[in-house]
Write a protein that binds this ligand. Structure first.
Ligand code: FAD
Ligand code: DHB
Length: 404
């Protein structure tokens, strides 16, 4: 097989990249190790930045999101039993965030690729990358996990295979610098059949640990609590989860959390991670393959979407005018924005979680930070502009609407 861009991974990064390349007249093939049903059913992120929503609209994959998504103009930070609203819309000159689940974005992108005759091979096994420092890099894999070995020869390879995929380790370790921070927290996430308890998301700091109230639809809510990252979900009965959520989200003004049957629950560990550079030879990493953020602040999926916009534009410059400069600068362009999102996610995580190794002094500093960002216009403006998503560097001159 031969294609212009071989894409490993059908997550938000790989699918959006393939979609953007198609709109630019560049061919790609996606290979994915899981089944279509599996990736369309995995519950993960839920919050889209304004830039991600604008990208989906500009590229014709936003119809269902515009009908079924929930558009929020603010968030609440809750501590000491009291809520404080951050007016995102007003503080950022009219930007919002959208609650629309990641697996719905995946379904919409897969449908768009299939409609356009895009080639996606699911359920592959034994994926490996070869000849990355030549002009004909190759991806080898087995169809249906253990079928015959196949090879795709490409002009370029996009490693969109998440944190555990084979792309990043294919960059020689002598070239790759990795930055990492592991947090002593995990998030226990649930989906519950209940109506919304509040019109906007609530991020709560509490002595018993962080809690987050989010939503999915008028009938289904998404909530998270801070837990020990090594804890096991079997230790968490539904009653215990609700007891923690009620305690951590309680206010002094009688606000009521509405509970219901829990239909899904799991625990995820949290880390910050950056790989520099995000490219080697003809391989370009995008999304979680190159960087991970802790989920507080909801940046992961959005960063993946930002990377592939930079990559699609750089590939377009190469194929239309032979200009390889944007490709050479891919990693540098992405990392400037990635590090700011890393900073913000680390900051939100540090401010909102209960650190068991903190002294009373440090706990007071956390409360002072919360007081500052909720009472100072400068403090809340900084939080708001990061939360809705920082602009792409190249968007100062051009907007995504110029994508062909
Ligand atoms: P992935 O979604 O991980 O996709 C990678 C794909 O590559 C997968 O489909 C995988 O199966 C495939 N793959 C792996 N190995 C191979 C291989 N060998 N061969 C072929 N394919 C392979 N982000 C937000 O922006 N907002 C949020 O609200 C948010 N909330 C989150 C909540 C939770 C609980 C979690 C866990 C994450 C959250 N995130 C959030 C992060 C977000 O889900 C990820 O950052 C996002 O999925 C990254 O997309 P990606 O395409 O880079 O990687
Ligand atoms: C959701 C996840 C997040 O990490 C976040 O900060 C906000 C919302 C969600 O899944 O709804």
């Amino acid at each position: 097989m031969r294609t212009q861009v071989g894409i490993i991974g059908a997550g938000p990064a790989g699918l959006m990249l393939s979609h953007l390349l198609h709109l630019q007249g560049i061919e790609s093939i996606i290979i994915e190790c899981r089944s279509r049903e599996d990736i369309e059913g995995t519950i993960r992120a839920g919050l889209l930045e304004q830039g991600t929503v604008d990208l989906m609209k500009a590229t014709g994959v936003a119809d269902r999101m515009m009908r079924e998504g929930h558009f929020h103009e603010g968030i609440e930070l809750r501590y000491n039993g009291k809520g404080h609203r951050i007016n995102l819309y007003e503080l950022t000159g009219g930007k919002k965030v959208t609650v629309y689940a990641q697996h719905e974005v995946i379904k919409d992108l897969i449908a768009a690729r299939l409609n356009a005759g895009g080639e996606m091979i699911f359920n592959v096994g034994d994926v490996s990358l070869h000849d990355l420092d030549t002009s004909a890099p190759k991806i080898r894999f087995r169809k249906d996990k253990d079928g015959e070995l196949q090879e795709i020869t490409c002009d370029y390879i996009a490693g969109c295979d998440g944190f555990h995929g084979p792309s990043r380790p294919s960059i020689p370790s002598s070239i790759r610098k990795e930055y990492q921070k592991i947090y002593p927290f995990g998030w226990l996430g649930i989906l519950t059949e209940a109506p919304p308890s509040a019109p906007e998301l609530i991020y709560a700091y509490h002595e018993r640990g962080f809690a987050l109230l989010s939503t999915r639809s008028p009938e289904i809510q998404r909530l998270y609590i801070q837990v020990d990252p090594n804890d096991h979900i079997s230790n968490w009965s539904d009653d215990r989860i609700w007891e923690e959520l009620h305690a951590r989200l309680a206010t002094r003004d009688g606000w009521k959390l509405i509970d219901g049957p829990i239909i899904q629950k799991n625990i995820v560990a949290m880390r910050s991670f950056v790989c520099d550079p995000m490219q080697y030879g003809r391989l370009f990493l995008a999304g979680d393959a190159a960087h991970i953020v802790p989920p507080t602040g909801a940046k992961g999926l959005n960063l993946a979407m930002a990377d592939v916009q930079v990559l699609a534009r750089a590939l377009d410059a190469f194929y239309t005018s032979g200009d390889a400069e944007p490709l050479m600068r891919y990693s540098e362009t992405c990392l400037r924005r990635v590090w700011k999102a890393e900073r913000f996610s680390w900051y939100m995580t540090s401010m909102l979680h209960r650190h068991h190794d903190y002294t009373p002094f440090e706990h007071q500093i956390q409360l002072a930070e919360l007081d500052y960002v909720t009472s100072s216009r400068a403090g809340s403006t900084s939080l708001a502009e990061n939360y809705v998503g920082l602009p792409m560097e190249w968007k100062e001159k051009e907007t995504v609407a110029t994508l062909r």
